[in-house]
Write a protein that binds this ligand. Structure first.
Ligand code: G1P
Length: 287
């Protein structure tokens, strides 16, 4: 089987929970302190061995392409001033990494976004999907772990974690079979179930490694009540075709699609910085 070298980043979402900020700034460019969410996601992908980044965009998301463009004039200026730390911050994408931008056309859901990447993926190829608003801090690269598992048997492999009851209905939820360490085959998957109907408390995180065969399934997947094609509904079909497997996330995940997740992610990263840590503690002790 071919190595997994391509990653799809669906970045066409509207980011309504962050309006008015997302009127002009794509939600994936919201920063955790000084680095945008999409930059973290791209760095995770590159570290995991990804060589081609496929962004599925909407018409108003030129800023994401701009973010990864080189800035030769400013770079030269910083170099001449020997400001090497700033040069490093400007270099948002290694030159050898390919990037492709595909317009989604209409905002018809995550499954529809992934389907737009079909022409980029060869028949026998698996590919990654990364949702940048799931911000992850982990010692082991979460995407690399998924790829290692998926490359063994070619089955669709997704990242999950136990989520609080109050958040269950915000995620895809799986029924895992028997866990072997951090790994299990999946018996069932449901998109955003009510707590009472959830098959477990394991919610899907935005990291997937999928076989090319998912496109045929996605193209047959019906829209849901919100007129969206859900990736989860296609994954449910894959269970019977080729199997679907889960890997428990070893790390901390912040759902930056929600305001509380975004604030906590910023706080988490800030607390790792000595100066900010001291300032935040001093501030909180006065609150
Ligand atoms: C999407 C998926 C959902 C998954 C989640 C992870 O939902 O549809 O199954 O659990 O990402 O973040 P969204 O966040 O787009 O509502």
């Amino acid at each position: 089987m071919k190595k997994v070298t391509k990653a799809v980043f669906p970045v066409g979402g509207m980011g309504t929970r962050f309006l008015p900020a997302t009127k002009s700034i794509p939600k994936e460019l919201l920063p955790i302190i000084d680095k945008p969410l999409i930059q973290y996601a791209v760095e995770e992908a590159i570290e995991a061995g990804i060589e081609t980044l496929i962004f599925i965009t909407s018409a108003s998301k030129h800023a994401i392409s701009d973010h990864f463009d080189p800035m030769p004039d400013l770079r030269a200026k910083f170099l001449s001033q020997k400001k090497y730390d700033l040069v490093e911050k400007l270099d948002t994408l290694p030159l050898e990494v390919k990037r492709v931008f595909i317009p989604q056309g209409q905002p018809l859901g995550l499954g529809h976004a992934v389907l737009q990447a079909e022409s980029m993926i060869e028949d026998d190829e698996m590919f990654a999907v990364i949702l940048a608003d799931d911000f992850i801090q982990a010692d082991i690269n979460p995407l690399r772990r998924l790829i290692d598992i998926a490359e063994v048997n070619g089955r669709a492999t997704i990242s999950v974690e136990a989520v609080e009851e109050s958040r269950i209905s915000s995620y895809g939820v799986i029924a895992p079979g028997h866990w072997q360490d951090d790994f299990a085959a999946i018996d069932e998957i449901v998109e955003k179930p009510e707590v009472a109907l959830a098959p477990s408390n394991f919610g899907v995180i935005g990291r997937y490694v999928l076989p090319q065969s998912v496109f045929a399934v996605l193209s047959q997947t019906q829209m849901d009540d919100n007129q969206e094609i859900q990736l989860t509904d296609a994954l449910k079909q894959l269970i019977n075709i080729n199997g679907l497997q889960a890997v428990k996330l070893a790390g901390q995940r912040f759902d930056c699609g929600s305001q509380e997740g975004f604030v906590l992610a910023n706080l988490h990263v800030a607390m790792q910085d000595k100066k900010l840590n001291t300032q935040i503690k001093a501030y909180l002790s006065d609150c």
